[in-house]
Structure formats: C-alpha cells, structure tokens
Design a protein around this ligand. Structure first.
Ligand code: 5AD
Ligand code: SF4
Length: 487
C-alpha cells in the first residue's frame, strides 16, 4: 500500500460558485448503451457542484428511457440547461444561452428545450411566459418526472413540475458520470438548506434540508472505488448538518460518522466534502478528519464577511470571534489543513470599516483560496425584503477588487511556503498545457503539475516535491519513494 500525505500543507480548489461555467456534459460509457429510441440529449450545467451532480442524475434518468447524451447541441432532440439563481449574472448567462438554443430549435423543428434547476424553481411557470420557446420547466426535486414531462412536451404542451419535496434524495439512482476523468466523482449526501442566510436564494430554490440514506452513500462510494475511482467529494449545501437515522436500530448517523464510514471503504479512496458551515462544524468532525489519512486536509468554510454586525444582518448565526475560534480549532486539531472561503463584498449597509474586517479576516484565516463576489440582491430573499441594497455598484466593485487583490497575495504566500515540501498527489491526467506533464491535487486540494514519470498514470498516488509556486498552482518533481542503495 502506498503511504499517505506525510507532509501536507495547504490548498486550492475549483469547486462551488460559478467556477465551472456551462459545460456540456457527456458520459463516456453512453456510446455503448442501448439506445432504442435513437434520441439524443444535450445538457449544459451552471452553478454549484450540486448542479453538476444533479445533471448526472438527470442523465441516468434519461438513459433509462432510451436517451443517449451528445456533446453536439446540433444533434440533440432534447436540449437541457441546468440553471443557477445565486446571482443575477448567473441568470443572465442562462438567458443568453436560451437565445442560442432558440436558434437551434428553428433550425431543427421538434427539438425540445428544458430548463432545469434553481432558475426553473425560482421562476416556475413564469419562465414559459418569459421565454416562449422553453418547453419544459423542471425544479431540482422533479427529475424523476422528466420522462413524463418530455412526453407532455412532445405532445405539444408545456411540461412543468416545480414541486419541492421534503423527502427526495434520489438515493436509489446511480448517477451517470458525466465528463468524468475516471478518478474523482461527486456524491450528493443531502439536498436543500434550512439555514436562512438573508442574501441567499437557495432555501427557496432547493427547499428543505434532507439527508440521504447513509448506506446508499456508502454503496455509491464502494462502487466508484471498484470502478477505479480514487476520490469522492461528499456534497451538500451544509454537510455538517447531515443527519440520518438508521430505521433498523434507530441509530443516528451524523456527518462525522458518515465521513468515517466512507473513509473506511479503502485507505486508497480519498474523501473530500463541501460545503461546511462555521456554526455547525464540530470538533468531532475535525478529529475524524485528523484521524484518517485519506480524508483530505482541506475545508471550505465560507466566512461571507469578517464583521459581526454584517454577519448578523446576513443571518449567519455566528460572529467574527466564533469564526476565528473555529479556525484556531482547525489549526490545533489538523495542523496541516488548508481552509478556503466564500466572501461577499458590499452587503447592505456595509461600512468601509466593516469591509476592512473582511480584509483582516482573509489574513487571519490565511485562506489558501476564496470565491469572491459582490452582493447581488435576489428577489424574495430576507435581505431583499428587509434591507435596502444601498452600496453603489462602484463601491461594491472596488471593495471586491481589494478583497481579490489581498486573497491573491495570501494564496501566493501560502503556495510559496510549500516549496521544498513533498506531497502525495493523486494523478488526475495530463496537465492542461502539455501531454508531457501530469496534474493532480495534493490532500490540501492544491493543483500540482509535474513531468510525467514512467509507470505512473491517472488514479495513482505519487510523491511530488514542490519546486515552484504561483498563486494558483504548484509545480514540482517526482520523489521516488524508495531509494535503491547500491550494494
Ligand atoms: N450575492 C452575492 N453572492 C452570493 N452568494 C450567495 N448568494 C449571494 C448573493 N445574493 C455567494 C455566497 C455563497 C456562494 C455559493 O455564493 O458567498 O457561499
Ligand atoms: Fe447551486 Fe445555489 Fe446556484 Fe442553486 S442557486 S445552482 S444551489 S449555487
């Protein structure tokens, strides 16, 4: 067995938010699948990892009724767009894409267009009035109904289902891995959100929080491992509030237990998770992370603001001191852990001094990276109802720039400290720039790029010494694990 991170440090991630924009998803095994109807679907996803993960559930459901995926929108009989409502910009992007799909419909009459996800849920039937050429509007809890909705749309009616469920977790559906590198996969462990952050549309678009059957999660992780996957990311809006009661013995499984169960699938299976909430992340979770080499030393712990008054307005239910204490607990219990964050600039009534508190928090928490946004008022949210959106766009943008500039410096420093250290990297494939190089992440979620080594390939662990660092990537070189000693 290979050794695990013996010298880990800190990290970088490309997950939540709108970092993966509108990718056309595709699954390799699809070509070999039965395709009795001969029909093809094309799906594009926006927003968080949860949306990308949902698209894999959708692909599975459509596969069951004979639809095959295509990367080529022109070939598609069914065009789906899995949407995000988190900021106004995300919605604008989707509307632009719908214009393009409209053209497509005109060129190939009979093509159906469906809007899935958070925007479908937020706008409901209104979507069909606003975007006349949309044939289906399907909320995040209605994907099982897609085959019926497609049939309805084929009959010339609008297929609409935006029912939000208290139970749906799609636990029994085996997602079709879209555009997979065959090494890492997402596993959705819960849905919805019961936190009422005042800026956030998610509780309205994804409904109440519910946790998925722990054994179905475990079975999915096991199956992925057997198929050669070496990394799973457990996904939820707030993973720390995962709780599921085993109906057989009435035992409660919390997030720490779940992490441990998944970590025990194999020491060769890395476990990641996202997103954690500062009010809910417990020492029990931190201790579990510390105990298992294969639970990655990386926590995405969005702070949103570094100021207690603003945090109160945001209804985050923790203050600056609480957050700092959680950071200290992470350092104490998992000294080699990297932490990243989400930050909002220019929330309602935020003063310059309060903005400075956010800047100082970036320094204090020493984030390896952050997803940074300026506040975008969302209709229907608590903040939209209670607080005027009174910071001008100009000021919001300037504060955001200051946040980004500082975070870049902190990330750069963070990465510079890694130079000379040896990390265990899980190889994901060729680097973006060269087929002579591999890329993969270390436990801290930092992307490392290094020259290829014979005998190694995707899905294998390799020791890499960091030799150069930018604010985004570490470059390195292979370190043989065993030195041959000449006789
Ligand atoms: N405006 C700006 N950013 C937002 N986020 C959520 N809602 C808003 C909003 N209305 C950010 C938060 C969250 C991340 C996914 O998106 O930082 O953690
Ligand atoms: Fe994900 Fe939130 Fe966007 Fe919905 S609104 S896709 S939950 S980020």
């Amino acid at each position: 067995m290979r050794l695990y991170n013996d010298n880990p440090t800190l990290d970088r991630h490309e997950q939540l938010g709108e970092n993966r924009q509108g990718e056309a998803l595709f699954f390799e095994s699809a070509q070999t699948q039965a395709n009795p109807t001969g029909k093809q679907f094309y799906i594009e996803s926006y927003g968080c990892q949860m949306n990308f993960s949902d698209s894999e559930i959708v692909a599975s459901i459509l596969g069951e009724v004979g639809f095959r995926p295509t990367r080529n929108v022109e070939e598609a009989d069914l065009i789906l767009i899995n949407t995000c409502s988190i900021r106004e910009k995300a919605e604008e992007t989707v509307r632009k894409r719908l214009r393009v799909f409209d053209q497509q419909k005109r060129q190939k009459p009979g093509t159906l267009v469906g809007v899935l996800g958070c925007m479908a849920e937020r706008l409901k039937a209104k979507f069909v009035e606003e975007e006349r050429l949309v044939d289906m509007v399907v909320g995040p809890d209605s994907y099982r109904d897609l085959p019926n909705l497609v049939a309805t749309a084929e009959d010339g009616e609008k297929g609409i289902n935006v029912f939000l469920s208290r139970e749906e977790t799609y636990a029994d559906i085996s997602p079709l891995r879209l555009d997979s590198n065959g090494v890492s996969a997402f596993i959705s462990i819960m849905r919805g959100c019961d936190n009422m952050c005042s800026f956030c549309v998610v509780p309205f678009t994804r409904g109440r929080e519910r946790s998925r059957d722990a054994f179905s999660i475990l079975a999915e992780a096991q199956e992925l491992f057997e198929r050669g996957y070496r990394e799973v990311t457990l996904l939820g809006q707030n993973v720390d509030s995962y709780k599921w009661t085993n109906p057989e013995n009435a035992k409660l499984v919390n997030f720490a237990h779940l992490l441990e169960m998944v970590a025990q699938v194999s020491p060769l299976l890395r476990v990641r998770f996202s997103t954690s909430h500062p009010k809910d992340i417990t020492n029990e979770v931190l201790e579990t992370i510390g105990r298992y080499n294969n639970i990655c030393k990386y926590i995405h712990l969005p702070v949103q603001s570094g100021n207690s008054r603003v945090l109160d307005l945001m209804n985050r239910t923790y203050d600056r001191e609480w957050y700092m204490e959680r950071i200290e607990a992470i350092r104490r219990i998992i000294p080699d852990c990297a932490v990243s964050s989400d930050i909002i600039a220019g929330f309602c009534s935020e003063t310059e001094e309060e903005h400075q508190d956010t800047l100082s928090m970036i320094e204090f928490a020493d984030y390896s990276m952050s997803y940074m946004f300026y506040y975008s008022e969302r209709p229907g949210t608590l903040a939209a109802r209670k607080y005027p959106d009174d910071i001008s766009l100009e000021v919001k943008k300037r504060r955001l720039q200051e946040i980004i500039r500082l975070q870049n410096q902190v990330s750069y420093r963070h990465n510079q400290r890694d130079i000379g250290k040896v990390f265990e990297v899980l190889i994901e494939g060729d680097s973006k720039r060269s087929d002579q190089e591999f890329c993969g992440r270390n436990s801290q979620n930092k992307m490392m790029v290094f020259p290829k080594v014979e005998g190694f390939g995707p899905g294998m662990y390799i020791k890499v010494r960091a030799t150069e660092a930018s604010s985004a990537t570490l470059r390195g070189e292979y370190v043989p694990e065993f030195k041959l000693v000449e006789a």
